[in-house]
Design a protein around this ligand. Sequence first.
Ligand SMILES: [Zn+2]
Length: 263
Amino acid sequence: MTIVFLALLTLIEGVRRVPRGSVVLHRVLFGQWTVEPPETGDRVRLLSWWSPLASAIVLAPREKYRRTDADTVRAQVEGRDLYTALFDLRVLGIVELLVLVVGVWFALQRFGTLGFFVAVGAVLLLCVVIFTALAFSAHGLGKPWRTALRWAFSYLSPFAAPRAADALLEETLRDVPPAVASAALLPADEFQRWVRPLVYDATNGREVDRRLLEGLNLKQLSASLASHNGAGLWCPRCGATFVQGESCSECDIHLVPAGTPSA
Ligand SMILES: [Zn+2]
């Protein structure tokens, strides 16, 4: 019973508000990031299940971005400092989550009250370690100590602490346009799959949320996406290939022979 209750409480931490125009990225354990198709509404959703077992980050749009250089962002995301901090926080988060949901219950069953208090102590210790690591990382991102500590404070809660790695990554990418951040995090083919319809719509006078394309070089991007190698037909909007047919079943766009530019 306790186990279900605790698991539910941690699950609630995965419920987030997703502002309109956000890019939502997902990842399972230490796997590759994947991206959700753009959403048109502003919704409260269950985004991640027991992060960091399944993580999610929300790259929300902003009025202005202070950092738009894609290369610098990529270098930071792939850099050792951030990588190590995120890795450590994920491992700590997984351990903390397991001790919280399974460990406390098991210790109580097996060793009684003493076991229970030892396990709770272990959870609290892990939370303090996560909080400290998060505060140091936030300070490393340029936040003054006081701000860094205040920001990290909400992750001192045993239910929020497992999300620390996601929070740090979101905070790192706060001043970066969502598309630039996505390009740095996603595998190239996954990013292309996401950006292709947006670029197509933008260059063909169709309705598109321009905030999703901020920071990208539209001209260069549309040129690099405009052709498709291989045989058969393809949809210039979503990139799907077809053996035969008139138009794409997804986009309702006229198919073009592969190997020819779409525009
Ligand atoms: Zn299509």
